[in-house]
Design a protein around this ligand. Structure first.
Ligand code: S3P
Length: 450
């Protein structure tokens, strides 16, 4: 799944108010986990609302290569016939995870305690992302690996047929690392203890519990958490309903807040507290939105979000909120540019190792569209100039990063001149129908004529 040679630029410009009700696609994190746990369970897992973006499709292909049966029954409707914890077989080719850090890292975890060797690669963005943070702790279970200089892909993990359980504190605030270790622990006899100083997303823990694993999590006094999981688990399939992805919903939500006269409804959005940091921050910025019809679905809280155009003001985002909105900083930075006053975002060193160096990409993008921004080692300060203050007009480099592309297209919907992005190809990794959906609510996003 290499990036195509031909970039796909897109251009967004101001138009009338955005109106309507649109269902954003399924949550990316939950979709990956549904396929992986489905492939590790014994029997058939039915999934509805699966995100059919490139990242998740790469994980589906990987599950097939590892011996699970994965079938699509209809739009978002999938079935996975798993082979049991430790039951994966050695693939006869390299697994290519495309742009997806989540898919690659979680699968490395499950492979580590299975007696097979698996080679991993991805696109140019993924091949540049740090993998030692996962690989090193996996060696403690008994796995081995060889990787390119710096712990980069392509790499090969040789899992151990005789794993041991471990006690480990995850040093980075990463749900991917935590999840990889939990998946490895599934096949290690005894109890594994994983702790982390930050409260990162807990979809793996919730889904493992639903599949019958013995897993207990408790919050620590210092704000972190400790998780205990019992190995040699037998996972029993449960049907998974994937809620709408709050990280994708953030784009139409932000567009509705910025474009005068807009009102947009986003049904069934995941409200997991460890993913809801953007909503909290938007409230503090003065955004007008309602959370309606809160309900439970598949062990997660979901609700409809109805957002209206709002005058925003700058805020200081508490660094400890970062894990709960880590993927939302690109769009938050765009919102901050149209707010009145200064927005300070810190504690974001992790953004430098996402699909691109997002701190650099956001800063360069904001500068290109005439906004004022200061890039810090671990954050950004955006000097907002109010709803009509951003000139626009630039072409933003997206560096193979879907969220940079979508965030700056949203900026183009509100700035005085149009904004174009150099390449929108990667949008399909997480939000394949982004352009159609935005157009359905009235956004003017098109292929630039040059
Ligand atoms: C994810 C965890 C986060 C997030 C990514 C999805 C997951 O990454 O940025 O988009 O599904 O576990 P990190 O674990 O690297 O923080």
């Amino acid at each position: 799944m290499q990036a195509p040679d031909v970039p796909r630029p897109l251009e967004a410009r101001r138009s009338g108010p955005l109106k309507g009700r649109v269902a954003v696609p399924g949550d990316k994190s939950i979709s990956h986990r549904a396929l992986i746990l489905g492939a590790l369970a014994i029997g058939e897992t039915k999934i509805s609302g699966l995100l059919e973006g490139d990242d998740v499709l790469a994980t589906a292909a990987a599950m097939r290569r590892l011996g699970a049966h994965v079938a699509q029954d209809g739009e978002g409707e999938w079935r996975v016939h798993g082979v049991g914890v430790g039951g994966w077989s050695e693939p006869d080719d390299v697994l290519d995870f495309g742009n997806s850090g989540t898919g690659a890292r979680l699968v490395m975890g499950a492979v580590a305690t299975t007696g097979i060797s698996v080679s991993f690669t991805g696109d140019a963005s993924l091949r540049n992302r740090p993998m030692r943070r996962v690989l090193e702790p996996l060696t403690r279970f008994g796995a081995r690996y060889v990787a390119r200089e710096g712990g980069l892909m392509p790499l090969m993990v040789t899992g151990t047929a005789h794993p041991i359980c471990i006690e480990h504190e995850v040093e980075v605030a990463s749900a991917q690392v935590k999840s990889a270790l939990l998946l490895a622990a599934l096949n290690a006899p005894g109890r594994t203890y994983i702790s982390q100083a930050a409260l990162t997303r807990d979809h793996t823990e919730r889904m493992l519990r639903a599949f019958g694993a013995e897993i207990a999590a408790e919050q620590r006094g210092d704000g972190g958490e400790a998780i205990a999981i019992t190995g040699e688990a037998e996972l029993r399939p449960v049907p998974i309903i994937v809620p709408a992805d709050p990280s994708s919903a953030a784009f139409p939500l932000a567009a509705a807040l910025l474009v005068q006269g807009s009102e947009v409804a986003l049904p069934g959005v995941l409200l997991n507290p460890r993913r809801a940091g953007l909503l909290e921050t938007l409230r503090e910025m003065g955004a007008t939105f309602a959370i309606e019809n809160t309900r439970e679905s598949g062990g997660e809280e979901i609700a409809d979000i109805v957002a209206r155009a709002s005058l925003l003001h700058g805020v200081e985002v508490p660094p400890e909120r970062a894990p709960a909105m880590i993927d939302e900083y690109p769009v938050l930075a765009v919102l901050a540019a149209f707010a009145e006053g200064r927005t300070v975002m810190r504690g974001l060193a992790e953004l430098r190792v996402k699909e691109s160096d997002r701190l650099a990409g956001i800063a360069r993008g904001l500068t290109a569209i005439g906004a004022n921004v200061e890039e810090l080692e671990d954050g950004l300060i955006v000097y907002g100039v109010g709803p009509d203050g951003v000139k626009g007009g630039g072409r933003v480099a997206t560096h193979m990063d879907h969220r940079l592309a979508m965030a700056f297209l949203v900026a183009g919907l509100a700035s005085r001149e149009s904004v174009s992005v150099d390449d929108s190809t990667m949008v399909r990794t997480s939000f394949p129908n982004f352009r159609q959906m935005m157009r359905a609510i009235g956004a003017d996003i098109s292929v630039p004529v040059r």
